[in-house]
Design a protein around this ligand. Sequence first.
Ligand code: DX5
Ligand code: ZN
Length: 230
Amino acid sequence: MIEKYSDYLNKNDRDVIICPSILSADFAKLGEDIDLVSNDANWIHVDVMDGMFVPNISFGIPIVKAIRPYTTLPLDVHLMIEDPTRYVEDFAKAGANLIVVHAEACKHLHRAVQYTRNFGVNVGVAINPGTSLSVLDEILPFVDMILLMTVNPGFGGQTYIETMTDKISKLRKIMNDRNIFAHIQVDGGIGKANIKKVYDAGANAVVVGNAVYGTNDPVGAIKELRKCLA
Ligand code: DX5
Ligand code: ZN
């Protein structure tokens, strides 16, 4: 298992990190679907939903534990849950490598980020499409990644919100100006038609659900996505 992300944090590394979202995989054979993409993907994106923060329920800690043996890739766990610090220790123990909390779900965002770090994982902060970049001002020096939602969270297969491209560029500029070399991950509605656009805007980690697992050739789909960036 990969233990740390620092290799990915090299500021000169502009290799895109492709993160298939298992929300679009076949839940009856998750292990198989994860193993299938493990030679070609970079991280496995795990969407945890509580039916409160988002209007959908997906899966939780036992599933993370169950899938852990099926890949050596980092598990990138996106917590779409209220007050996520209640569970970050359990997710870390279950095998998460990167834990992402939503700014909107934390009363004390700085405390939540520092607390999550105690469990030996990398930490990201996500914001919804309707949330301003300004909420990130104080937290940027403390994170390994910012996740910009490019759809409203809760469901796979939605359409990319076009105004998010400008938001990605603005965030990368803010980070560059402040010498902060964290990842920018985008999540929602990304596929062959727009992966180059989000990458050129400054995103270096891309979540792909439907565009990978919604096809009958997930491995071929990942290769195609990389070709779009060549
Ligand atoms: C949405 C999730 C996404 C989702 C993306 O709330 O956070 O990770 O799986 O799926 P696509 O790529 O199909 O939009
Ligand atoms: Zn996600």
